[in-house]
Design a protein around this ligand. Structure first.
Ligand code: FAD
Length: 436
């Protein structure tokens, strides 16, 4: 049996590894168009910031997959065509044909860039793949003025990276808040944090990048900004080209439609990771929220099922973490705005608290906004800012996935000791304020 995997990122390598673990006698061939596999795009901002090296952005080296896992790994090999039972690959300057019995598509996402004039100037970057990290870092190091277009989480992380490198940083966002996945009131606190360090321009529309070969300035509907480097972080779209070629259905989100076993509408063709859509665990609706942990798990599920097993991917809550310098930001489930848009009648509680008891050194501020359904008290979402955010967001994510009500959260037997939390953890306090 021949299993072909297109894309050697998190999803592709998880899938390939799973097939091989379950069916060691099967041929598993992965095609990856760059020289990075099992890589970590999430680390790009920290390479640019100088905290890590581009070579560290691979979790395992290629030899590990070849020698330890028995995967036939082809790097610098771009799949240019896919059809029923075959693919064509451009590798070493030659086009070759390979056959498959099962195909797993894990082609990730691509930058979604408005048609700004001057996008092709030198030093205008998008951020998507670890293979770009070194060039981007070197350009930022040489720059004086860095302009970032887009204040989503990638834009915010790149702003930190460039500011930490001592650059003058301007972030231009056409919406009226940074981090559009947060409620406006929560994003307002984030805005204040960002403005302490960089020049954040909201409700401003980029028109063009200008320069002579090399970018020199960014022109918006409100002004002009000198720029030696421009980072365009205006979002991503699912990379569906290969899937479309073989007739995979594209879902309403624009990503590849899959069932809960990560199978596409075509038998023996699976899709996983950023190229695939899934369902939202609260609304049951089809969503596309491209993030690394679900991407890995989708790959795992696709791999098990391609190997003849039977497991389901349950969907996502959109749990997300980021930070701007030492200000941490996280969210899971539905925001108040999203919940209302989904037709829920909601109540919310916003808690400002310390992360530890008052007498233990190092307590920091944290703010939690928690959303619950009015009638049932089921908790629908949480947004957490400040410090120790990952722990609280992840606790909320587990509780929301388990269908907890405010009462369940209030009585959750969470641990306590002075160096870690207050006796009444802000999570528990939020449930008390929301009532049950
Ligand atoms: P990818 O990692 O994109 O891998 C797809 C692979 O397919 C690529 O290597 C590509 O070269 C290859 N490929 C595509 N087409 C072909 C073809 N035709 N032939 C051969 N190979 C092909 N997520 C989080 O959860 N937390 C974070 O903090 C976070 N931070 C991020 C920061 C940045 C700057 C970026 C860009 C992303 C971040 N993400 C984060 C998102 C996360 O990186 C993705 O969700 C994850 O990488 C998805 O894995 P994937 O395997 O689906 O896709």
């Amino acid at each position: 049996m021949k299993v072909v995997v297109v894309g050697g990122g998190a999803a592709g390598m998880s899938a390939a590894s799973r097939v091989k673990a379950l069916k060691s006698g099967w041929d598993v061939i992965v095609f990856e168009e760059t020289s990075f596999v099992s890589h970590a795009p999430c680390g790009i901002p920290y390479v640019v910031e100088g905290l890590s090296d581009p070579s560290h952005l691979m979790y395992y080296p290629p030899e590990f997959f070849r020698e330890k896992r028995g995967i036939d790994l082809h790097m610098n090999a771009r799949v240019v065509e896919a059809g029923d039972g075959f693919i064509r690959v451009l590798e070493n300057g030659q086009e070759k044909k390979y056959e498959w019995d099962k195909l797993i598509i894990a082609t990730g996402a691509l930058p979604k860039t408005p048609p700004f004039e001057g996008l092709d100037l030198k030093n205008v970057f998008t951020v998507r793949h670890p293979s770009q990290a070194e060039e981007l870092r070197n350009a930022v190091i040489k720059a004086r003025n860095v302009v970032i277009v887009g204040a989503g989480y990638v834009g915010v992380e790149m702003a930190e990276a460039a500011a930490e490198q001592g650059k003058k940083v301007t972030v231009i966002e056409y919406l009226d808040q940074p981090l559009p996945n947060l409620d406006k009131d929560v994003a307002e606190t984030v805005r204040q944090e960002i403005e302490k360090r960089v020049d954040l321009r909201l409700q401003e529309r980029v028109l063009a990048f200008e320069g002579n070969e090399m970018v020199r300035k960014v022109v918006t509907d409100k002004g002009e900004y000198p720029a030696d480097v421009v980072i365009v972080a205006t979002g991503v779209k699912a990379n569906t080209a290969i899937a479309e070629q073989i007739g995979c259905r594209i879902g309403e989100t624009g990503a590849i439609w899959t069932d809960s076993r990560m199978q596409t509408n075509i038998e023996n063709v699976y899709a996983a990771g950023d190229c695939a859509e899934t369902v939202h665990m609260i609304t049951g609706k089809r969503v596309w929220i491209p993030l690394a942990p679900p991407g890995n798990k989708m790959g795992y599920v696709a791999g098990v099922n391609a190997a003849g097993g039977d497991i389901e991917f349950p969907g996502v809550l959109g749990t997300q973490l980021t930070k701007f310098f030492d200000f941490e930001i996280g969210a899971t489930g539905l925001t108040e705005k999203a919940a209302i848009n989904e037709g829920f009648e909601v109540k919310t509680a916003t808690i400002k608290a310390k992360t530890r008891v008052h007498y233990y050194p190092g307590a920091r501020d944290t703010t939690l906004k928690v959303v619950a359904e009015k009638e049932t008290n089921r908790v629908l979402g949480a947004q957490v800012l400040g410090a120790d955010v990952a722990m609280r967001v992840n606790v909320f994510a587990s509780m929301i996935q388990a269908g907890f009500t405010t009462r369940d959260i209030f009585f959750a037997d969470l641990g306590y000791a002075p160096p870690f939390t207050p006796i009444w953890d802000p999570i528990v306090v939020s449930a008390r304020v929301l009532k049950f």
